[in-house]
Design a protein around this ligand. Structure first.
Ligand code: NAD
Ligand code: NA
Length: 400
């Protein structure tokens, strides 16, 4: 079949297997020539390993100097009669093939990271085939739903502000326009539910089950990813439901750090830059900021994607030569430092003051935003021939 991008709302309904391979290869090529990770971990579990920051973490840890064996967990769909499957499925497959060629172990678990069975399978695998322990756990799950571990009932997160509602524009990726919308105010239940889905509770549970099973190595580290943003995005993100969840994640890092110190380990939250991922395109009223930010950071030569962020995180923050992890006064690791530079924020504000539905493609980096989105799904690569037939049947018998 010939596969074209089909976008509905903020979701890509198709993906291109050859382009997904290209996307993984590009990231591998980047980290091979980047400032390498010295003293890196050797046995890594990545939760949320198939796209965005989690995939970039895995690529960076395998190919960016540490030569780590990795276990990747992700919720993805394989090809079927009905559909080509999801990009993350192909990403996981191509990552494994590339890592195995390098002589590294790259085991994928495709399924629900919240389920007890999945946790047990992973623990069994670590014990029987992965050398017994892991020395880094990367927590990079992003989801809108999580089952309550006690009742099994689904808890749903909301993307809302807190306090007064506000109006703003959101990029419509299907129609290439700005949609004006109201960012509603969350009620207390919605805040609490978002904290339970995207806060630190599940991260802490994972560390507990792994620790109880005895599969955390001496000196084991764990890291989860956060966003804080600036004054410009404060009402949309930091003070909103997601910001509340991230506050909880930050507190969880301190609790986990205390636990891991007992085995010589550490727990950190890394605060990252705003980027286009499968998850972030859903945040209402946030995209104009990203368009302006990309424009400014590219002009200043400061722009990074997920892979540049993760390579810098591991090489220059979490695994430094002295072993010391540089943190701020909240004990957070900051790789959002360039985004938050005062000169960057000032220039972004100037652009946003002028930006609207008629001029956003000129004033902001819409081309870059859209292209990043397409690339997440294997489209928009100049060296992939999108008019060529792809035989999905070839993938039917393969496993990530
Ligand atoms: P993403 O959607 O690209 O990746 C999410 C991953 O989680 C995927 O691998 C997906 O398969 C997996 N996943 C989701 N539900 C799952 C389940 N039930 N079981 C197993 N796997 C599951 O998202 P992302 O943007 O990379 O987000 C990762 C983290 O980074 C989040 O905590 C997010 O808040 C944070 N972050 C994102 C940005 C940004 O701008 N995108 C900035 C800073 C921090
Ligand atoms: Na991820």
């Amino acid at each position: 079949m010939i596969i074209k991008p089909v976008i509905k709302g903020q979701v890509a309904k198709t993906c291109h297997p050859i382009g997904c391979k290209k996307a993984v290869e590009e990231q591998i090529d980047y980290v091979r020539q980047a400032d390498p990770i010295k003293n890196g971990p050797k046995k890594v579990l990545v939760l949320g390993a198939s796209s965005g920051f989690g995939l970039a973490s895995r690529i960076s840890l395998a190919f960016g100097g540490a030569k780590a064996d990795t276990i990747g967990v992700a919720f993805e769909r394989g090809p079927s009669e009905a559909s080509v499957g999801s990009a993350g499925w192909y990403n996981a497959l191509y990552f494994r093939e590339a890592a195995e060629q390098e002589g590294l172990i790259a085991k994928n678990f495709i399924g629900d990271a919240f389920s007890a069975e999945m946790r047990q399978q992973i623990i069994d695998y670590i014990k029987t085939e992965f050398g017994g322990t892991v020395d880094l756990v990367v927590y990079s799950l992003a989801t809108g739903v999580r089952p309550d571990p006690e009742t099994g009932q689904k808890i749903r997160s909301s993307l809302k502000t807190v306090g007064e509602p506000l109006t703003g524009y959101t990029v419509n990726l299907e129609k290439d326009c700005f949609d004006e919308g109201v960012l509603e105010a969350a009620d207390p239940q919605e805040i609490e539910d978002t904290v339970r889905v995207m806060g630190g509770e599940d991260w802490a549970e994972w560390i507990k089950v792994l620790s109880d099973a005895g599969v955390l190595a001496e000196g084991c580290q764990t890291v989860a990813y956060s966003y804080i943003g600036s004054q410009i995005t404060r009402r949309i993100y930091h003070e909103g439901t997601l910001g509340h969840a991230k506050e909880h994640l930050h507190k969880t890092a301190d609790v986990l750090d205390e636990q891991l110190r007992k085995i010589g380990g550490q727990a950190h939250v890394a605060v990252c830059k705003a980027l286009v991922t499968k998850a972030s395109v859903f945040i209402p009223a946030f995209s104009p900021y990203i368009l302006a930010l990309f424009k400014v950071m590219k002009e200043l030569g400061l722009h990074e994607g997920c892979i540049e962020q993760m390579q810098r995180l591991f090489a220059q923050r979490l695994y430094t030569e002295t072993g010391e992890v540089p943190v701020d006064d909240q004990r957070l690791v900051r790789v959002d430092d360039w985004e938050l530079r005062p000169d960057v924020q000032e220039k972004v504000q100037v652009i946003l003051n002028e930006m609207g539905p008629d001029n956003f493609p000129e004033l902001g980096d819409y081309e870059g935003y859209k292209n990043d989105f397409l690339k997440l799904n294997g489209f928009g690569f100049t060296d992939v021939n999108y008019d060529e037939e792809v035989s999905i049947e070839n993938f039917a018998s393969r496993q990530p």
